[in-house]
Design a protein around this ligand. Structure first.
Ligand code: GAL
Length: 972
């Protein structure tokens, strides 16, 4: 056959061609640079074989034709009207036929005309063209001259453009294929989004400029001294005035005393590397990373990761994130007590790492490598174990390490994520070890820990973490490897899956990390919900997820699993995490003293100011500063509580708060870091009012009146309370299932949402058995039972008049075989008029809380509109419960309702029913109806993190049992 077309270049599994050797990334030096970001010309073709071939790269090619349009660089073309993003978690969205990719291969041709600044000295040294990120494969020309190709979406490539550039105007042309051999190495759980999505820069490399440099540091915690060696090519001088250094490169410098770099104290010494042709800024942080005594130590101390997995994401621009967004992420992490970030699952934009150095975050820098889609093929043909891919893997890991090697914040290199086992993993690890032995190596997929420095797992249950903490995990078959692994530190590179409502069980993990030195914390999955805005047909906006862009293969809302909502507002999961990982534990020592424990790894608490507040029934009665002496890391002090005269009644609660004493780089003075709350005195039980009147039955209307309440005798239901018409007050055991309810518990292998559906718990019918008057009480006996099953809950509602309102006592007696069933909730629900618009309550708040997600809420008095009680989870589900509420007032223009607990209850109040919430797929599906639906819960089931991980812990499961609870309802 005479071959006229054969694709191939982009299907070559080897690294790209003609890229310059990778080197340390520096934001700016004194050498000239020119950003080529801007509006480029762009044309999209459906296949890699574009008619006209490479013609478009020629200088005089006409890019004004109608197939061409403007496209910003950096960006993803799918977010600019050229095709769509597509979300798949594990499987490849194309046939697994490595290294080949489909003929249908969206291909973007880019052209950019630019002028070289007049003072650009082309004759001196070289000019280099740098791409910080191109997804997934590119071929680059300048003025029609081919410079080279590159594979590896999230690692940079530089080409020598010197010979091709002209003084004055130039044309840069780039061809980008969405699919390439490299796509097999980039099967991360995220949106597939092609394009030149990071900066493009032209860099002048004058004669004698720095080809590469490597800053080597060591800190000796015993002496407080350090060493510094800056290797550079060509050689030059290292100048750090603050340290009195002006020394040749390549020389080992001994420093008698430095302040070390830690995530808590990110001390950077700034200076310059000066060579004949360039002055390169240096930001040196001194620290030593090691595994000693089976734990990871920095500067001689065990550290505890309070981490998060960060994908790069912005709802407008995808992975093309601005520096402002990167800073926003770092500030949000610091403000929420985090100290570590895993750059899942690729090296981030390099500026993000500069911010981690500057603001203080431990970093696990991860290689751009995942082949998870091979798992369903039993890893057959997996690149990790196939020699064909060795060079490509060494190329990309090398480009990460070379680019990022000078960041003090990076203490661990990660070889990739979910790429199975194989010798190429070993090759990458060995290459790193010979190049940079100063950091540790991580790869969760190395189950036997043959190649890595720490045992890392994801989504392990609490019970297993406990065993791991004791180094009593199940043994490996190979005794040598087992011994090695058992001696290693343990981290959870992913845990507590922040999908939808939750994650629950956070505090219990933290207690294990505090208990066992080996368990050095974890990284929440994940930072932010990855969603894009889409309009409904009537123009309302919603957050779109997998499947909303017509994808053939997709994983729905599994991409909506962040601590931040897509617009970066914190979710309740983040509020909870901030509290769970707080660096100061403030607890009651005894009735007169508070204990303050410093949970930091290095720093004292001298940067914090403490305050106290005494409240009675949620109202402040005293407050002010609390003097706390200096507390070193890991130490505890006990401080007397202020001598405030306590009143004799009401609920009296101390709240002790630690805030920043002065402004920092990342938050203002007064920013809350930690708090503790505990009773100041025993609360005496409330005085129970006695029944004041008896029910009156009007046989003409069939209505029973009891105090301010009216009931129907046919349904037994409350129909009116004072001025308020009321509907459908009855037992409720259902909640709109959460993502975690729908998940598969790792431990028991149960999906509770499936169990509940099978049990028809969402289809409960209420049979009225008897309605009557018994003394002063109006009594309704019913049997609530789910369709198709013979088990039920015999429910008796007893109403008595009390203090201007009515007391409802609900007795629930299980009937029939409920087995080990757990219930979503147990309480009553009632339809109230839509005119109710506000809730105020005394209980926990201000945000939602469930039995296993309640660390972040405080006892106090709060008020919110009914609308603001909702947590707007992208995928609608149960939300907004306020827990351990003593009383709540629901107010509106046409009368209100007060609910008082005997002693406590939880509530949700919404403008739609649970059924509507359950049926909704996007927030715009939720439309206010004619009622406010109030659920008054005696108990609710926990949340857990089974969307990926462990289910609800036994102590938070709501089991079916005989129960009685009461509330007082009063019209207002
Ligand atoms: C992990 C994976 C992450 C993400 C998570 C579930 O297995 O490493 O990328 O897919 O599960 O959201």
């Amino acid at each position: 056959m005479e071959v006229i077309y054969s694709p191939g270049e982009h299907e070559d599994p080897r690294p790209g061609r003609e890229g310059l050797p990778p080197r340390a990334w520096v934001d700016r030096t004194d050498a000239q640079q020119l950003s080529l970001n801007g509006d480029w010309r762009f044309r999209l073709s459906p296949t890699a074989a574009v008619p006209g071939g490479d013609e478009f790269a020629k200088v005089d090619f006409d890019d004004g034709a109608k197939q061409w349009s403007d496209l910003p660089v950096p960006s993803h073309w799918v977010l600019h009207g050229h095709g769509n993003p597509a979300y798949v978690n594990i499987p490849y969205p194309f046939p697994v036929d490595p290294p080949f990719v489909p003929t249908e291969n969206p291909t973007g041709d880019y052209r950019y005309a630019f002028d070289l600044p007049k003072d650009w000295s082309l004759g001196d040294g070289k000019t280099v063209l740098r791409f910080d990120g191109v997804d997934s494969w590119c071929k680059v020309w300048v003025n029609g001259t081919l410079l080279g190709t590159s594979s590896g979406s999230r690692v940079p490539v530089e080409f020598d453009a010197s010979a091709a550039l002209l003084a004055g105007s130039n044309v840069l042309a780039v061809r980008v294929h969405q699919w390439s051999a490299g796509s097999y190495l980039e099967d991360q759980d995220q949106w597939w989004m092609p394009g030149i999505f990071r900066d493009v820069t032209l860099l002048h490399r004058p004669e004698g400029s720095v080809v590469d440099h490597f800053v080597h540091v060591e800190y000796d915690h015993k002496t407080g001294g350090a060493t510094l060696k800056v290797d550079a090519k060509p050689s030059g001088r290292v100048v750090i005035p603050e340290l009195g250094i002006d020394a040749p490169t390549g020389e080992l410098l001994h420093l008698a005393h430095v302040e070390p770099w830690t995530a808590e104290t990110p001390r950077l010494y700034t200076g310059h590397l000066v060579t004949a042709g360039e002055r390169v800024p240096l930001h040196v942080g001194f620290r030593t990373v090691a595994v000693e005594d089976g734990v990871i130590k920095v500067n001689g101390k065990r550290i505890l990761f309070r981490g998060v997995n960060r994908h790069e994401f912005h709802p407008d621009t995808g992975r093309a994130v601005t520096r402002e967004t990167m800073l926003q992420d770092v500030l949000l992490m610091k403000r929420h007590n985090m100290n570590a970030v895993r750059t899942s699952h690729y090296p981030p934009h390099p500026h993000f790492l500069d911010l981690c150095d500057e603001y203080g975050l431990w970093v696990i820098d991860e290689n751009d490598y995942e082949t998870h889609g091979f798992e369903q093929l039993d890893w057959a043909g997996n690149p990790s174990s196939t020699p064909l891919w060795k060079d490509a893997l060494l190329d990309r890991v090398g480009r990460m390490v070379e680019r990022d090697k000078n960041h003090p914040s990076i203490i661990i290199w990660s070889l990739g994520n979910e790429a199975g086992p194989g010798e190429n993993i070993g090759h990458m690890a060995s290459w790193i070890r010979q190049r940079d032995s100063s950091r540790l190596i991580h790869y969760e997929g190395d189950k036997t820990c043959k190649y890595v420095d720490m045992y890392s797992r994801m989504y392990v249950t609490h019970a297993e973490v406990d065993a791991l903490g004791r180094r009593e995990e199940d043994p490996l078959d190979d005794p040598e490897l087992d011994k090695k692994r058992r001696a290693m530190p343990f981290i959870l590179c992913e845990y507590i899956h922040a999908m939808g409502n939750g994650p629950g069980g956070q505090a219990e993990y933290q207690r294990l990390f505090e208990k066992y030195p080996r368990c050095q914390g974890g990284f929440v999955w994940e930072w932010i919900d990855h969603c894009f805005i889409k309009p409904t047909t009537d123009g309302r906006k919603y957050w779109a997820y997998g499947g909303d862009f017509g994808e053939e293969i997709h994983d729905g809302n599994f991409i909506v699993d962040g601590l931040l909502f897509p617009d970066r507002t914190p979710s309740p999961g983040l509020i909870e995490y901030k509290k769970v990982i707080e660096p100061v534990a403030i607890t009651r020592a005894d009735s007169r003293r508070v204990s303050i424990h410093n949970n930091r790894d290095f720093a004292s608490l001298d940067d914090l100011a403490f305050t106290y507040r005494l409240e009675r029934d949620g109202r402040g009665v005293a407050g002010g500063p609390l003097a706390v002496p200096s507390v070193a890391a890991g130490h505890t002090v006990t401080v007397p509580l202020p001598d405030v005269a306590l009143s004799h009644s009401g609920e009296r609660i101390w709240t002790i708060t630690a805030v920043l004493a002065a402004d920092t780089k990342w938050a203002k003075a007064g920013h809350e870091i930690a708090w503790g709350q505990f009773p100041a005195a025993e609360t005496s039980p409330p005085v129970v009012a006695t029944s004041s009147s008896a029910p009156v039955f009007d046989s003409a209307t069939g209505v029973v009146t009891l105090g301010p309440a009216q009931f129907s005798t046919t349904t037994g239901q409350l129909t009116r309370l004072g001025r308020l018409p009321v509907t459908s007050l009855q037992l409720d055991i259902w909640r709109a299932t959460t993502d975690n309810d729908r998940g598969q518990e790792y431990f028991e292998g149960i999906c509770w949402a499936d169990v509940w559906r099978e049990a028809n718990l969402d289809k409960v019918k209420h049979r009225v058995k008897r309605v009557g008057i018994q003394g002063n009480a109006f009594v309704v006996e019913t049997r609530a039972a789910a369709g198709s099953w013979n088990r039920g809950l015999v429910t008796t509602y007893t109403w008595t008049a009390e203090g201007g309102g009515v007391r409802l006592t609900v007795k629930v007696v299980p009937d029939g075989d409920w087995g080990d069933m757990i219930l979503p909730r147990l309480g009553v629900r009632v339809g109230l008029p839509a005119s109710l618009s506000r809730a105020s309550w005394y209980g926990y708040g201000p945000g939602e809380a469930y039995p296993d997600t309640r660390s972040g809420v405080k006892l106090g008095q709060y008020g919110l509109s009914i609308d603001d009680l909702q947590t707007p989870y992208v995928f609608p589900q149960e939300n907004g419960s306020r827990i351990d509420v003593r009383w709540a007032d629901f107010a509106g223009s046409e009368g209100g309702l007060r609910v008082e607990g005997v002693p406590h209850f939880a509530f949700t109040a919404r403008r739609w029913t649970t059924e509507q919430l359950q049926a909704a797929r996007h927030t715009t599906d939720l439309v206010p109806g004619d009622n406010v639906w109030l659920n008054i819960d005696h108990a609710v089931n926990g949340i857990g993190t089974a969307s990926c991980g462990e289910g609800v812990l036994p102590e938070y499961k709501l089991r079916v049992s005989e129960t009685e609870f009461s509330v007082l309802l009063r019209p207002t």
